[in-house]
Design a protein around this ligand. Structure first.
Ligand code: NAI
Length: 346
């Protein structure tokens, strides 16, 4: 079989090293492009068998048509979420695979890191002591022990986050569209999550149905001072409503690893620029908001798993009739579409 050629979009330094390491025997021919995949950059995939993309590459209808015309056989997502791919349109045109799990620990641990940083004011203390300011004024936090955390989405990451919270002696309530039977988790309605939680952490995928699930109306139902953590997808939260909720002192703190307009700014250095996004600038200006730029996945373990699984996905697709990590709109709508995962989706 001829060497499989991969056009790798939105390549960062850490991607290159992990993918080059995992391909040390030169099994695949990889061309790394710094640019994202879009309608304009699509021609760069000419002559390649696979495009490898990440969370902010825009795989819309026009891109899918062009890739198909060029003879690209596979879209290999090197991430778990696939809301940036029009999977319904891709059906029967081009196959899509993803890395469903690479290190759920990385993301769950980052969520807890953000929470602890925020409520114990570590971000403030770090800057103070760097400047030899040893005052404690304004650094008072609160214990996590005994607090109620509402976890939305109890899949791989949500469950690990729950375990971590249990270790802190927190009370756990959860909401999931498909609750896990016999998990011992106390499932409640979304309204109960809003009403009872001291901390709310989002661990569900972004879908058309749950876009802006945290909005002005749902924030109204929350406890005063609630802490919101989002390591899932930015558009789960209406960011403008969040700004208003914080200004009104209803929301006590926000820990955001994702942001709904992140594709315009995240992963780039704009330290010498004026950022045009007023909502993001306002959020970052607030002392009780912590923003990291979609960094939760970024551990050595996760990067190795992402590269290894992506190559396994590609190998499986070209060498066998199965495609274990394929995703199509049918399996996305039926949480456990076994039929689809026994062989290729179409
Ligand atoms: P998973 O597929 O294992 O779990 C997702 C859970 O959400 C499932 O239990 C599912 O039933 C539930 N769910 C689906 N629709 C829902 C809805 N409308 N409301 C409530 N629950 C719903 O996914 P995993 O691996 O735990 O990842 C969760 C999310 O984390 C991903 O969708 C992705 O958006 C995000 N993520 C973020 C990363 C980062 O670096 N910040 C890295 C990896 C994932």
């Amino acid at each position: 079989m001829e060497t499989i050629k991969i056009a790798f979009f939105d390549a960062k330094e850490y991607d290159r090293s992990s993918f080059i390491n995992s391909n040390s025997n030169g099994e695949f021919k990889i061309k790394f492009y710094e640019t994202r995949l879009s309608e304009d950059t699509c021609p760069l995939a000419e002559g390649f068998d696979v495009v490898c993309v990440f969370v902010n590459d825009d795989v819309n209808k026009a891109v899918i048509d062009k890739l198909k015309d060029m003879g690209v056989k596979l879209i290999a997502l090197r991430c778990a979420g696939y809301n940036n791919v029009d999977i319904e349109y891709a059906y029967e045109k081009i196959h899509v695979v993803r890395v469903p799990a690479y290190s759920p620990y990385a993301v769950a641990e980052h969520a807890m890191a953000l929470l602890l940083t925020s409520i114990r004011r570590i971000h403030k203390a770090y800057i103070r002591t760097k400047d030899f300011n040893f005052s404690l004024n304004g650094l008072t936090g609160f214990d996590l022990h005994g607090k109620t955390v509402g976890v939305i989405g109890t899949g791989k990451i949500g469950r690990i986050f729950i375990d971590i919270c249990r270790g802190f002696g927190m009370k756990i309530i959860a909401y999931d569209k498909f609750p896990a039977a016999d998990s011992g988790i106390e499932y409640v309605s979304l309204d109960e999550i809003w009403e009872r939680s001291d901390i709310i952490s989002l661990h569900c995928p972004l879908t058309a149905e749950n876009k802006h699930m945290i909005n002005a109306e749902t924030m109204e139902k929350m406890k005063k001072g609630v802490v919101i953590i989002n390591t899932s997808r930015g558009a789960l939260i209406d960011s403008e409503a969040l700004v208003e909720g914080i200004k009104a002192r209803k929301i006590g703190a926000a820990c955001l690893d994702v942001y709904e307009e992140e594709s315009n700014v995240f992963f780039h250095d704009y330290s010498n620029h004026i950022v045009n996004d007023d909502t993001l600038a306002r959020l970052i200006s607030m002392p009780n908001v912590i923003v990291t730029s979609h960094q939760a996945f970024l551990t050595n373990e996760a990067l190795k798993n992402i590269a290894d699984t992506t190559f396994d996905n590609i190998r499986e697709f070209f060498e066998r009739d199965t495609c274990s990590n394929e995703i199509c709109y049918k399996c996305a709508n039926l949480a456990n579409c076994n039929q689809a995962h026994e062989k290729k989706c179409f």
